[in-house]
Design a binder for this molecule. Structure first.
Ligand code: SAM
Length: 237
């Protein structure tokens, strides 16, 4: 029984979910658990944990200031769809692109999109280093999002090139976020970004440290970035 947990967690977090949204989240949960038996999608499968650590955590980056009506967002290294799919269920007007380098996870996402009847969702099989060099993806998004893919200095190089100048890169981060923000200062600047805010997050029933980092892209990212696959990680800016 997933829905009651999610309903309660949303209330505790201060988010209002409609019955239609709860039902979409529930179907997403069922598919996640079902497909997780065939492929490695998540280590978290208990309903209460998925409700908080995947669904509400994904929504924790939602801030009206950064998500305009019909905004275009890209989720870089989306895996099983976090945080992109929960945000799309929450705000169906948003146009979503999901990027991941692992094709089998994208097969799962295609199934979720079809089963939930989600529209305006595009799935891209690519490494971010290559995807961000495609003309149709570079500088094209109001928001780039990412959770659990790389440290912030590396992640900035993978995400900021997708963002249109004036748009925002939003990173969902765990316990080491303060260190990561310090370590990423130079990378953010070189890539054309500016740190706007670090928002600590407290999830219902959890005491672990986490935060959402909001970075505005003020200037175009220099054409040399992102560097070739693997280099951002091997030689972080
Ligand atoms: N964002 C999801 C979440 O929070 O549950 C998935 C996190 S999972 C630990 C990391 C994902 O990032 C994997 O699906 C992996 O294939 C993808 N990934 C890692 N490096 C990537 C890159 N350079 N380009 C695209 N995807 C990448």
């Amino acid at each position: 029984m997933f829905t009651p947990y999610l309903r309660q967690a949303a209330i505790d977090y201060g988010i209002e979910l409609s019955e239609e949204q709860l039902s979409a989240f529930n179907r997403y949960y069922q598919l996640l658990v079902e497909w997780n038996e065939k492929m490695n999608l998540t280590a978290i499968t208990e309903p209460q944990e998925v409700a908080v650590k995947h669904m509400i955590d994904s929504l924790s980056c939602y801030d009206t200031a950064f998500f305009a009506q019909n905004a275009k967002m890209v989720d870089v290294g989306t895996g099983a769809g976090f945080p992109g799919i929960p945000l799309k269920i929450f705000r169906p007007d948003l146009q979503l692109t999901l990027v991941d380098s692992l094709n089998k996870r994208l097969t799962f996402l295609q199934c979720v999109i079809a089963e939930l009847g989600l529209t305006d969702v595009t799935v891209v099989h690519a490494r971010a280093e290559e995807g961000a060099r495609k003309r149709e993806l570079r500088d094209k998004f109001d928001v780039a999002l990412s959770r659990a893919v790389a440290r912030l200095n590396v992640l900035s190089e993978l995400c900021l090139p997708f963002v249109a100048p004036g748009g925002c890169f939003i990173a969902l981060k765990g316990a080491q976020y303060e260190e990561e923000v310090k370590e990423a200062q130079q990378a953010i600047r070189v890539l054309g970004g500016k740190l706007i805010k670090t928002q600590p997050v407290k999830l219902p029933g959890l005491d672990d440290k986490r935060a959402v980092i909001y970075i505005r892209k003020e200037k175009p990212t220099p054409g040399v970035y992102p560097r070739k696959p693997g280099t951002p990680e091997k030689k972080p800016l």
